[in-house]
Structure formats: C-alpha cells, structure tokens
Write a protein that binds this ligand. Structure first.
Ligand SMILES: [Zn+2]
Length: 157
C-alpha cells in the first residue's frame, strides 16, 4: 500500500515536471526516474521531515525544510525564477532614521525657545506658547544661562 502511494506521488511529481516544461517552454523540463531514498537526513541532530529523492546518484531534499532547520530564510523571486537561502535579519531598513540632534533635549527642568533668549518654568504661560519644534530644555538655571538664556520676568525661574 505504501509503495503504491509513493508510486502515485512520483507520478504526480513527474506530471508536475512535465507540466512545468510546457508552462516554461524553454527546454529545461525533462522526464526523469526518481527513487525515494530510504535515507534519514538530519540537520544539527534534528530529523528532516519529508521525503528525499535520489536521482542520478544525488539526494534531493526539500529546500525550505532544510533551510529553516539551518535557521535560514527561503526567498523566492518570481521575476527571475530564483529560490534563495538567506541569513535572517539581513533586510535593509529602507526607512531613513530620524535625525536626532544631540544638542537639543526634549525634556528638562526649564524650557526656552529658539525664537527668544528667555527661559521659563514649564508651567509658565509663556512656556505654554512655545511650539514643540522650537523648544529647548535645560536641566538647570546654570545650563540655561551658559547657553545665553535669561530668566523670564513672569515665572521667574
Ligand atoms: Zn516664563
């Protein structure tokens, strides 16, 4: 029963190959006789699930199964008809990284604006009018004054 089933599978595979040769029509398809290997294949000690096929002295194995067991990713490029085995996490991030200025803090004890030379307590009514993109934060009065900022006359920081 099992060998009949395998014979059926081989028939299906051969049909696929024959169909492929028709579909691609580029002469690469050819009818082959294959034998199911009675070979156990392991990757790093793990048994490869799925059949392997012996053809012309070479053992053929399921690409994706092996690749995944080797902790690789399988890619497929339809335009070039190419399967590939790739290292994981090699994807290039095409999004530009945000430009972070090291000179401008986004938080602190006192806040000023690039539009004036005054610094404020964050609760000051003038501080609340500062646009987010113009904010400059300081950790101390000294830091603010070192950078040329003067205390606001309203909130008296
Ligand atoms: Zn103020």
């Amino acid at each position: 029963m099992k060998s009949e089933f395998r014979g059926f599978i081989i028939g299906v595979i051969l049909s696929c190959i024959l169909l492929s040769s028709v579909v691609f029509a580029d002469g690469i398809g050819k009818k082959i006789d294959v034998v199911f290997n009675k070979v156990n294949i392991t990757v790093n000690g793990g048994m490869v699930e799925g059949d392997n096929i012996l053809f012309d002295g070479t053992t053929y194995v399921p690409l994706r199964k092996i690749a995944e067991m080797l902790d690789k990713e399988v890619g497929w490029d339809n335009s070039t008809n190419t399967a590939s085995i790739n290292d994981k996490n090699k994807t290039v991030n095409v999004l530009p990284l945000p430009i972070v200025s090291q000179n401008i803090k986004t938080d602190g004890v006192y806040v000023g604006t690039t539009q004036s030379d005054k610094y404020h307590k964050p609760t000051c009514r003038w501080a609340e009018k500062i646009l987010k993109e113009n904010e400059i934060w300081f950790d101390s009065k000294e830091e603010a004054q070192e950078k040329g900022y003067k205390p606001c006359g309203v909130c008296k920081p």
